[in-house]
Design a protein around this ligand. Structure first.
Ligand SMILES: [Zn+2]
Length: 237
């Protein structure tokens, strides 16, 4: 059993913490994490994003309807809460509503840190999240993930840390974050993580060990099957 870093949950010898740059933000960021993913995320980027953003926190749960910490934040009048989630009436960083709200409130960005299917489930269960205003990326953005390991069923899937990076940059371009703040360290740590994984993959190959990538591929295929089945079931109602 290897010794883990209690901050980034990586084995101590490959801890990412030394690569993390702390970034101050005008908004506060909340990561909602499924308990299953919270403690065993080998490739989880939400935790790295949380370590990088000074005013951010992780709240663990599935149905957040009665989550005390989240509800305390939602009822705190200093915040204007928004959920980063697709919706036909979603705001964007350019929305006048957001600009006006940010004049006397702090934007509270809520990010569901999960695969799309789990995120959908968490949203469906959490009545308090459903009631909130959603925010999406600018429609012209068309961001592509640089994450080549964790294949996702949706092609335009972004890892949590990439989502934060793009959203915060859109905020910055629209004066919702300070023009002097650089969000590049988010991408830097993400790149480090990708490089590190490529390197350990090569190392496994050199030692003639079975490819973890193949294992992941097999797992993804299995998950896709299950997800298709679950999605089909959901569409029945
Ligand atoms: Zn660490």
């Amino acid at each position: 059993m290897c010794v883990k870093c209690y901050k980034c949950f990586r084995p101590k010898k490959s801890c990412y913490c030394k690569y993390i740059t702390e970034i101050p933000t005008k908004c506060k960021v909340i990561f909602l994490m499924h308990p299953k993913e919270a403690y065993k995320q080998k490739t989880g980027t939400g935790r790295l994003a949380c370590l990088s953003l000074v005013d951010s926190e992780i709240i663990i749960g599935i149905d957040f309807t009665h989550n005390k910490r989240l509800n305390d934040l939602l009822s705190d009048s200093q915040y204007f809460p928004i959920v980063l989630y697709p919706d036909e009436n979603a705001l964007t960083a350019k929305s006048e509503t957001l600009k006006v709200a940010s004049e006397n409130k702090r934007i509270l960005v809520i990010v569901v840190d999960a695969t799309w299917l789990i995120a959908k489930k968490m949203m469906k269960l959490s009545k308090n999240l459903q009631a909130l205003q959603k925010i999406s990326f600018l429609p012209s953005a068309g961001y592509q993930s640089k994450f080549t390991f964790k294949r996702q069923p949706a092609r335009d899937y972004l890892s949590t840390i990439e989502s934060c990076y793009y959203l915060l940059n859109e905020f910055k371009q629209n004066s919702l974050e300070d023009s002097g703040t650089s969000f590049e360290p988010l991408m830097d740590i993400f790149q480090k993580m990708v490089e590190f994984q490529l390197e350990s993959q090569k190392e496994r190959e050199r030692q003639g060990q079975p490819s973890r990538y193949q294992n992941i591929e097999a797992q993804v295929k299995k998950n896709e099957k299950q997800q298709n089945f679950q999605a089909a079931l959901e569409n029945l109602d």
